[in-house]
Design a protein around this ligand. Structure first.
Ligand code: MIC
Ligand code: SF4
Length: 644
């Protein structure tokens, strides 16, 4: 039997397990990346492991999320990451160098290699044929230390692309079409592979837009073949030696296959507040807009921004619209400046922001009250923009630019004939903002790691008690995102390395009283719906509830990275055997699981009693032996220490 692309890379890196979908596997990790909002915690954890040097082929620490420095906190964290990286053998991408996924794609990604990153959009590098996965910071810390990365062997989904994209229809429209079909749960437990003759017509940055938003499908990762288009990109980045060819065997088996004819695609938009709430731009045509934001790790490549500049050239954006443009990397930014496209953007009225995540993570540029914002980003979750009642739509750069000119939703295909965009034969290579680590030995020993006062010790979990007898502190519905659990934005992000302070914001998007109530209760549980914890990889969405005393989350189902994070921080994730039992529990009810520790140790099912109403529900405990051991001792840090 033949293998899929992902199976080939997995086979080459397999340390534990086999290719049976649903079973536990562990992979050797070649590269890691961190960003600053999750990185501080990841490096604190790495330091706690007491390992001198990273054991990967390459590890890079990026600064791209917390770049609005409204106080000392973010700058302190940057300095900490810079010095800790220098000491332990990690390259440091300085603030201003760009968004981690864009820079990694340009300068470090390699077909056939494995990458874990403490950011859910790490699969961006799947666009070059890399097996790239998002994970919690602690998992990334373990990988830096040479430990394997544990995950559930995914099933394989193939999307065959046929035809060629029409003018003014972009890679964003491809992934929005996939999201419309498969939904935000459609990729859970799966790797999405793209194939078919349509692949050849997509550049590496376009492929990366598609794999980037595979995160929104809930997929473990997404991947494209590595072919002559890949080689061309690597050559243009002066990295031809990193190329290997990779494709699926003709008799590879997939668990599901879909076909998407690129020729038939039209401009699409994901409507508030979910990336799978997709309509055609024509359906929305004429709807007034207030703001347009172009950038993010999804759509900030040279190709994207050249298309935008071409549409805006010689024109002025509509008086009712405020337009931001954040180039994805210093490479993109400099090249835009050199070719004159930057001047076209500026003279059309764009407000140019630094190359960073910016508005995507609510770091400035929040829309006006009840504003309509068109963004080329990947997430439009409630309140993520920083304005609770804003309506955020996700669109392609072409739709964003066309609409910025008219002040209403505008189908870019109405603009006439698309100009021919020439992609560079050679990108501008200047890695001067990537700082190399100190040499192993004396030089590294001399590096003094600098910690600001905002960096507080990581709370350590406690072993599980014999019985679980506590109260439901919160009950939430389906598709709760990590942005609900642990919001981001300018006010909260500076505290990513200060868990006590961060806890004041936990779940406040859903319920302002939650932090106080959880503290008052001492310990508690949360009841959730389907796909609990979708979205980002931020382990703070587990670490902070754990700090607030949450012992277990009982849900209808969980998102992949979040369930791993819950286990890593000693919160027991359990699912209802019968989903309708969800209705038997309400906030404030007392609950009980007798012999809880023993159940976590050995049982596959357990009874949850509602001590307020007397009702019961059967719960599933679907854990591997290793996960059970981690939970019993109160989390992965304790587990790692105990096994050291
Ligand atoms: C996001 O897009 O939500 C983030 C911010 O990049 C997160 C990581 C974080 O919360 O720091 C992610 O996607 O993992
Ligand atoms: Fe940054 Fe937004 Fe990409 Fe997250 S999704 S890495 S916040 S640009």
């Amino acid at each position: 039997m033949g293998y899929t692309i992902a199976q080939k890379i997995i086979k080459d890196h397999l340390v534990v397990g086999d290719l049976t979908p649903g079973s536990e596997i562990a992979l050797k990790i070649d590269q890691t990346l961190t960003q600053d909002a999750t990185g501080t915690m990841a490096y604190l954890q790495f330091e706690a492991m007491g390992i001198e040097r990273v054991k990967t082929e390459l590890s890079v620490a990026y600064i791209d999320h917390n770049t609005l420095q409204a106080g000392f906190e973010n700058a302190d964290d940057h300095r900490y990451i810079q010095t800790v990286a220098k000491k332990h053998g990690i390259r440091f991408s300085r603030p201003g160098n760009g968004i981690c996924h864009q820079v990694h794609l340009e300068r470090f990604s390699r077909p056939g290699k494995t990458l874990v990153g403490s950011d859910s959009h790490t699969p961006t590098a799947g666009g070059i044929g890399m097996l790239a996965m998002g994970a919690g910071g602690l998992d990334v810390a373990v990988a830096m230390g040479g430990g394997a990365y544990y995950l559930t062997m995914p099933k394989m989904i193939r999307i065959n692309l046929t035809g060629k994209l029409p003018d003014f229809v972009g890679a964003k429209d491809v992934i929005l079409a996939v999201l419309k079909k498969l939904t935000v749960k459609g990729g859970v437990g799966a790797i999405i592979e793209y194939g078919g003759e349509g692949v050849k017509s997509l550049s590496v940055p376009q492929r990366a837009t598609i794999t980037n938003m595979g995160a929104e499908l809930g997929a473990t990762t997404s991947i494209f073949p590595s072919d002559e288009v890949t080689l061309k990109f690597l050559k243009a980045q002066d990295r031809a030696e990193d190329f290997i060819e990779l494709s699926a065997d003709s008799d590879a088996k997939y668990d599901a296959e879909y076909t998407l004819d690129l020729t038939t695609l039209v401009p699409l938009a994901a409507c508030p507040h979910s990336p799978d709430n997709v309509k055609t731009v024509s359906e929305l045509s004429g709807l007034a807009i207030n703001q347009v934001c172009i950038g993010s790790c999804t759509n900030s490549s040279m190709q994207d921004l050249l298309a935008v500049a071409e549409i805006l050239k010689g024109k002025t954006i509509h008086p009712d619209v405020s337009l931001s443009v954040s180039p994805g990397s210093k490479q993109v930014y400099t090249m835009l400046a050199e070719c004159g496209a930057l001047a076209d953007l500026i003279s059309a009225g764009a407000r140019i922001l630094e190359c960073a995540c910016g508005p995507c993570i609510g770091m400035g540029f929040s829309p006006q009250s009840a504003g309509v914002s068109l963004r080329t980003f990947n997430r439009n979750f409630l309140a993520r923009s920083g304005t609770a009642d804003a309506n955020v739509y996700l669109v392609s750069p072409e739709t964003a630019a066309a609409s910025a000119l008219t002040g209403v939703f505008t189908n870019p295909t109405k603009l006439g004939v698309a100009p021919k965009l020439e992609l560079p034969e050679q990108y501008l290579i200047n890695d001067n903002m990537i700082e190399m680590p100190a040499q192993d030995g004396k030089e590294a020993k001399q590096v003094c790691v600098q910690r600001g006062p905002n960096i507080k010790p990581i709370p350590v979990g406690k072993p599980i008690d014999r019985d679980l007898k506590t109260t439901i502190a919160l009950k939430v519905g389906d598709d709760i995102t990590t942005d609900h659990i642990m919001p981001a934005g300018t006010k909260v992000l500076p505290y990513r390395s200060n868990v006590p302070k961060l806890s004041e914001f936990c779940f406040t998007v859903c319920d302002k009283e939650f932090p106080e109530r959880a503290k008052r209760l001492g310990d508690s549980v949360i009841i959730g719906g389907v796909n609990y914890g979708q979205g980002s990889s931020r382990e703070h969405a587990a670490l902070v509830p754990s700090y607030l005393g949450v012992k277990a989350v009982v849900a209808k189902s969980f998102a992949r990275i979040h369930i791993a994070n819950l286990i890593n921080f000693g919160i027991v994730p359990m699912t209802f055997v019968n989903e309708t039992d969800y209705d038997k529990f309400a906030e404030g009810d007392g609950i009980e699981i007798v012999d809880f520790a023993n159940a976590v140790r050995t049982k596959e099912k357990v009874t949850l009693g509602n001590t307020t109403t007397g009702q019961t529900a059967e719960l599933k405990l679907n854990f591997t032996k290793r996960q059970r051991d981690i939970l019993l001792v109160g989390g992965l840090l304790n587990y790692t220490k105990n096994n050291a």
